[in-house]
Design a protein around this ligand. Structure first.
Ligand code: ZN
Length: 247
């Protein structure tokens, strides 16, 4: 028995040493998040929520208001709502960081970031990427929902989400928009949608998105859309009620 304990301790010590060595030899531009995601990518969840941008990538921004902050705030609220409902949720990020694992803006970062988000989204039964729009035309306003062209389950999910968004905000497009050139949609094998919750370039939308109560209503709409999708879509599997996972 004592010998077994000694052997286990020795193995743990070797494993710790290996992990420490790995962390030390990794390029400095690879963050701890990438290391952690290797483990988390093995954990399937019902829904993966992807708060767009983060860290060195602010996304659309207008002085004091940045897309990366709005998407994260809404995503965290949607996660909490779904988890309370018994739906397990993974996030591509839960803090102000991008997903490339690189701490600097440099060529290839954006693609690495998107590829990592797509990989993580594939660990869910469905995926929701949250973004904020911007346009040179300040009159453009309202939400829109994009899905991968040709994906019937993606369209079904988009339909559920847009019908809930219509209850709480203006719609830029009254129907979901099929897209075939967005990596987050087209590099995922599970039904995935991208939600643009509003235009930061529109004064009304901007004021709304800066309002905590309005962001909460947007989050409720997204959560209700997910619940309705799982409830009404016969091809969707039942939620496994495993709780939350942080990606
Ligand atoms: Zn965006």
């Amino acid at each position: 028995m004592r010998l077994v304990v000694v052997v286990i301790r020795r193995r743990l010590a070797i494993l710790s040493l290996l992990l420490l060595t790995l962390l030390l030899i990794l390029p400095k531009t690879v963050s701890l998040m990438t290391v952690l995601s290797w483990h988390i990518l093995r954990t399937p969840v019902d829904v993966v929520i992807d708060p767009g941008h983060g860290g060195v990538d602010p996304g659309a921004n207008d002085h004091d208001t940045m897309e990366k902050d709005i998407t994260l705030q809404i995503a965290l609220q949607v996660r909490d709502m779904l988890v309370r409902y018994g739906i397990s949720v993974g996030l591509t990020r839960s803090t102000d960081t991008d997903c490339s694992g690189w701490s600097q803006l440099r060529p290839g970062r954006h693609l690495a970031d998107l590829n990592q988000r797509a990989r993580m989204t594939n660990k869910g039964k469905i995926g929701i990427s949250i973004h904020v729009n911007s346009s040179s035309d300040p009159n453009q306003k309202g939400a829109m929902v994009l899905y991968a062209a040709g994906s019937d389950p993606g369209r079904a999910l988009a339909d559920e989400i847009i019908s809930q968004l219509a209850l709480v905000t203006d719609l830029n497009h009254s129907k979901p928009v099929p897209r075939s050139n967005l990596l987050v949609l087209n590099a995922t094998q599970v039904p995935t949608i991208l939600v643009e919750v509003g235009f930061l370039s529109n004064p009304t939308d901007k004021a709304r998105m800066k309002d905590e109560a309005f962001r909460y209503r947007l989050a409720e709409a997204l959560a209700r859309g997910v619940i309705n999708y799982f409830t009404t879509t016969s091809s969707a599997q039942e939620p496994s009620a495993q709780g939350a996972t942080t990606m």
